[in-house]
Design a protein. Structure first.
Length: 267
C-alpha cells in the first residue's frame, strides 16, 4: 500500500472557481513581473514560465494500464473486492485517512464522494487482466504556482510490484509535466510508512524533509515526509521510465529484466 495526500472528504472546489483562480494568477503574475530594470539573463528565463492548466476528467492511456476518471458505480465492486476480499493486503489501510470499511455499501459511499471531488481529482487504475485494482489522484492543485501533488494512492495486492502500477505513476507524472505544464509534482506520506517512502524514491521523487506533528490521523500524531520532482529533474527521470517500460524489458509473465533507475540524488 502506498498512501500520500489528504482526506478525500475535503470539500470540493468547483471548476469555475479554479478557472477564476488561474485567471487571477495569470493577471497577478503579469502585473508583478513587468521588467523595470535589466534582469539577470538566468532570472529572465525563469520568469518566462506561465501558470499551468487544471487537470481534467480524461482517460490517461498507457501500454499496460489506464487511469480512468473514477466512477463509483463502475469501479466500486472491483475495488472493494481487491481491497477487502480474499487475498487482500491487510496493511493497505494502515496509513490511509480512512478504511478499512465494514461493508461494500460504506466503501461505495466513500468512493462516490471521491468521484464527485474536483480537488482531489480521482482516477481508478485499470489494467487489462485485473480491471480496477488501484486508486490515485491529483490534489493540492495550484496552477498559479505550477505545483501539484499525487496522492490518495493505493495499489491492491494484485497490483503491487507490477509494471502496471509503475506505469500508472509515470502516466500521472507525464501528464502533469508535459501536458499541463506544472513545474513541481509532490508526494507526501506518513513518515512511518516505509513502503511509501521506498516507492517515492524508486519513482524518482527526492526527499525534501520532515514536517513534524503535521496531522492527527485516526487518533495518532503524524509526521509527514515530503518528496518532489521538478521540471528540471523530469527529462532524465522520464527517459528512465520509458526505457524500463519497453516491452523487451519484461518476460512473458511480466517480470522485469532490469530495474527502474529513476531515483534522484539526495541533497
Amino acid at each position: 500500500m502506498i498512501s500520500a495526500g489528504c482526506d478525500a472528504g475535503t470539500p470540493a472546489v468547483t471548476v469555475k472557481l479554479k478557472l477564476l483562480v488561474v485567471a487571477l494568477a495569470r493577471g497577478l503574475f503579469t502585473a508583478c513581473n513587468r521588467a523595470t530594470e535589466p534582469q539577470n539573463p538566468r532570472m529572465t528565463r525563469t520568469f518566462r514560465w506561465r501558470p499551468a492548466r487544471l487537470p481534467q476528467r480524461k482517460i490517461l492511456r498507457g501500454r499496460y494500464a489506464r487511469l480512468v476518471p473514477l466512477d463509483a458505480r463502475i469501479h466500486a465492486p472491483a475495488l472493494f473486492a481487491a481491497t477487502h476480499g480474499a487475498g487482500h493486503d491487510p496493511r493497505l489501510w494502515d496509513y490511509m485517512f480512512v478504511g478499512p470499511f465494514a461493508s461494500q455499501k460504506d466503501f461505495s459511499q466513500w468512493l462516490a464522494a471521491c468521484a464527485r471531488s474536483e480537488d482531489p481529482l480521482f482516477f481508478a487504475i485499470v489494467d487489462r487482466k485485473r480491471g480496477a485494482a488501484g486508486l490515485a489522484s491529483f490534489m493540492r492543485i495550484s496552477p498559479g504556482h505550477g505545483v501539484i501533488e499525487i496522492g490518495n494512492i493505493f495499489f491492491a495486492a494484485q497490483l503491487q510490484r507490477q509494471r502496471e502500477a509503475t506505469e500508472a505513476i509515470f502516466l500521472l507524472l507525464r501528464h502533469a509535466f508535459e501536458r499541463l505544464g506544472y513545474r513541481r509534482v509532490e508526494w507526501k506520506c506518513d513518515a512511518r510508512n516505509r513502503r511509501s517512502r521506498r516507492a517515492a524514491r524508486r519513482f524518482g521523487f527526492r526527499f525534501e524533509g520532515l514536517f513534524r506533528q503535521h496531522m492527527v490521523i485516526k487518533g495518532q500524531s503524524r509526521d509527514t515526509a515530503w518528496f518532489a520532482i521538478t521540471d528540471g529533474d523530469w527529462p532524465g527521470i522520464a527517459r528512465a521510465y520509458r526505457r524500463w517500460l519497453e516491452p523487451r524489458n519484461f518476460d512473458r509473465a511480466g517480470g522485469q529484466h532490469r530495474k527502474l533507475k529513476a531515483r534522484s540524488r539526495e541533497y
